[in-house]
Design a binder for this molecule. Structure first.
Ligand SMILES: [Zn+2]
Length: 240
């Protein structure tokens, strides 16, 4: 009888929590970590942040709409310098770290200028029924001069579609991909818009500068998603 050698699939481990159990999310196999519920984009951002080696003791970090696994990892690194913030703080428990209220549409002006070394948010901007020029300008204002502002957003080919006055959730779902979204970002115009609004340097992270294919596969992130030129999992970085 001929012996077949079985090639084992690479082990997948969540870089945020160390868990090895993953499950399908919206048809994407192994997208979600069963333990910390992290998605591919959150794991990818964390791996890139670690490789960029920007974190230093004493840095003040703001994490908006904090994903559980990333919140846990960043809180472990920064303790009281880590500020998890959300519009609906009742969605979160306080057992991990304090959670602070933030309303990006209305009260970001109350934060002092030049406060945070790092600002992070994933798939938040599409939910805001406000003009993004002010929101992004304000986030840049509260960022320190040598700070880093990382985020990801849902993207489509072509140009941005937006209507902050669209009140019908069914129409929003149809136009923007989800009933609580007010826009979807176009690959053609988003970088230019952010440069215009902030007057800042905007970079789309080239993930292959930081991670190997193997590191990406082992974190349960599809190669085409991680190494795309631009897309919903690829981090933007704005500096002053
Ligand atoms: Zn995890």
């Amino acid at each position: 009888m001929q012996a077949f050698q079985q090639v084992a699939a690479p082990a997948i481990t969540c870089p945020l929590c160390g868990n090895s159990g993953f499950e399908e999310v919206n048809g994407r196999p192994n997208a979600g970590c069963r333990s910390c519920l992290s998605l591919e984009r959150t794991r990818l951002l964390f791996l890139v942040l670690m490789k960029m080696n920007i974190f230093r003791p004493g840095m003040k970090v703001m994490h908006i709409a904090p994903e559980h696994g990333l919140r846990y990892a960043l809180h472990n690194l920064y303790k009281e310098d880590y500020h998890a913030c959300d519009f609906s703080i009742e969605r979160f428990g306080n057992e991990l770290s304090p959670i602070y209220p933030i309303d990006l549409c209305n009260d970001i002006e109350r934060f002092p200028s030049n406060t945070f070394d790092v600002i992070i948010h994933n798939h938040v901007l599409e939910h805001l029924p406000a003009k993004l020029d002010n929101v992004l300008a304000q986030l840049q204002r509260i960022l320190k001069a040598d700070g880093y502002h990382f985020f990801t957003i849902p993207m489509i080919e072509g140009y941005t579609i937006e209507d902050i006055h669209e009140a019908n959730p069914a129409v929003r779902a149809q136009r923007f991909g989800q009933d609580d979204h007010y826009r979807v970002f176009g690959m053609e115009d988003t970088i230019g818009s952010i440069r215009k609004w902030t007057g800042a340097q905007v970079t789309v992270i080239n993930v292959s500068d930081y991670l190997t294919e193997q590191e990406v596969i082992e974190a349960g992130i599809p190669i085409d998603q991680a190494f795309a030129e631009i897309g919903p999992s690829i981090p933007f970085l704005i500096r002053k």
